[in-house]
Design a binder for this molecule. Structure first.
Ligand SMILES: *Cc1c(COP(=O)(O)O)cnc(C)c1O
Length: 365
């Protein structure tokens, strides 16, 4: 069978390997498996969320409230915006696809960093839009500006701040200066999936969605409940922008795109910010151990503003081999070979998970 031509250039997205797969393939009992591959919250999810899901389980026969007003009201309050400035997606992933569908096409390109969240590229290619990428792996705003100017046909720019899978971020003032040079008809997306981590580590990196969209009406801010809030399995994310942008994005939204339990879970998660803070504090405390380990073992690492750290190996060591050997020992991390990098991305876990990682990787170095 022949399929649409644009599918030929798409690499199927590979998520972090699930625990079940490692159990099956290597016969390792689940309690011995350490998953540090998908940037999930290592403390799980808040008890309040679990209780809420239990309470609302009997209601699943009903369609969700498609206005999603309860969650939107909580988000609007948190960010000091109006509910009309919000759209909720099945993960912020879905909002990325809405934005690309609204702003890119065969003639209007997508501009991203060379090594960034894979879904920008995949959604763009699905609709036959070209993706142009900066020469540098990490975000370099001069390169972004140069390509934007030179090409002249960019519909949407993605800034992943902080960047997945590398971990770097940019100062707000530099980001604002960059956006001020972009024309009103080009959408600039700030993907803030890890913004709460960045803001905790360095306030200069913090990008406030309200300030962003009020200063620049051509911007879209993205947030997710999958990382610090511990709700990856519920698939909830959101976009924040002007009503004009919202009107366009809503045209792309399938009906009932977020489940009723997901909406309840996200609302409950917002009522337990202490749980989120605990995760962020553990993250940066434990990250220091990774940095010390990397220095001791002469491994390069990227200064990270997220809940993961990217380790880059010297030529003599093969990251894919290391990832494979770790997997056999029940340690799941992310190999970055598909990005053209000889490195791995490791989610910062609980102290005992991180110790297991150091113990298992040491003999492979
Ligand atoms: C995890 C992630 C998302 C969104 O995840 P969802 O689970 O779809 O909300 C978006 N952008 C980046 C950079 C991410 O790492």
């Amino acid at each position: 069978m022949r399929f649409n031509r644009q599918l030929e250039s798409i690499k199927t997205y590979e998520g972090g390997k699930p625990i079940e797969l490692v159990m099956r393939e290597y016969g390792i009992p689940p309690e011995d498996i350490v998953k540090l591959a998908s940037n999930e919250n290592p403390f799980g999810t808040s008890e309040k969320v679990v209780e809420t899901i239990r309470n609302y389980a009997p209601d699943v026969y009903m369609y969700p409230d498609d206005s999603m007003l309860e969650l939107k009201t909580a988000l609007a309050k948190k960010f000091g915006i109006e509910t009309a400035n919000l759209i909720i997606g099945a993960g912020s992933d879905q909002v990325i696809s809405f934005a690309i569908n609204a702003k890119a096409n065969k003639h209007k390109k997508v501009l991203t960093a060379r090594t960034t969240f894979a879904m920008y590229d995949i959604y763009a290619k699905q609709i036959g839009a070209k993706v142009i990428k900066t020469p540098s792996h990490q975000h370099n705003l001069d390169e972004f500006y140069h390509l934007y100017k030179k090409d002249g046909d960019v519909g949407i720019i993605f800034l992943c701040l902080p960047n997945n899978p590398l971990g770097e971020s940019l100062d707000k003032k530099d980001v604002f200066e960059f956006i001020s040079k972009i024309d009103d008809n080009t959408m600039v997306v700030v993907d803030g999936a890890y913004q709460d981590f960045a803001a905790a580590k360095d306030p200069a990196k913090k990008i406030d969605p309200k300030e962003l969209i009020e200063t620049f009406p051509n911007t879209l801010y993205l947030g997710t409940f999958s990382k610090s809030y511990g709700l990856g399995g519920m698939r909830v994310g959101y976009g924040i922008a002007t009503e004009e942008i919202m009107n366009a994005l809503y045209k792309m939204r399938p009906p009932f795109n977020v489940t009723s339990l997901s909406l309840k879970a996200a609302t409950a998660a917002m009522e337990d910010e202490a749980f989120v803070q605990k995760g962020i504090e553990n993250n940066f405390r434990e990250m220091q151990k990774y940095e010390a380990f990397a220095k001791e073992n002469k491994i390069d690492f990227i200064d990270s503003y997220t809940n993961f750290i990217t380790l880059l190996f010297k030529k003599e060591k093969n990251a894919s081999e290391i990832a494979q050997l770790l997997l056999k020992k029940g340690i799941i991390i992310r190999d970055l070979q598909s990005y053209g990098l000889n490195g791995i991305r490791v989610t910062i876990g609980r102290p005992e998970q991180n110790e297991r990682f150091f113990t298992e990787i040491a003999p492979l170095l």
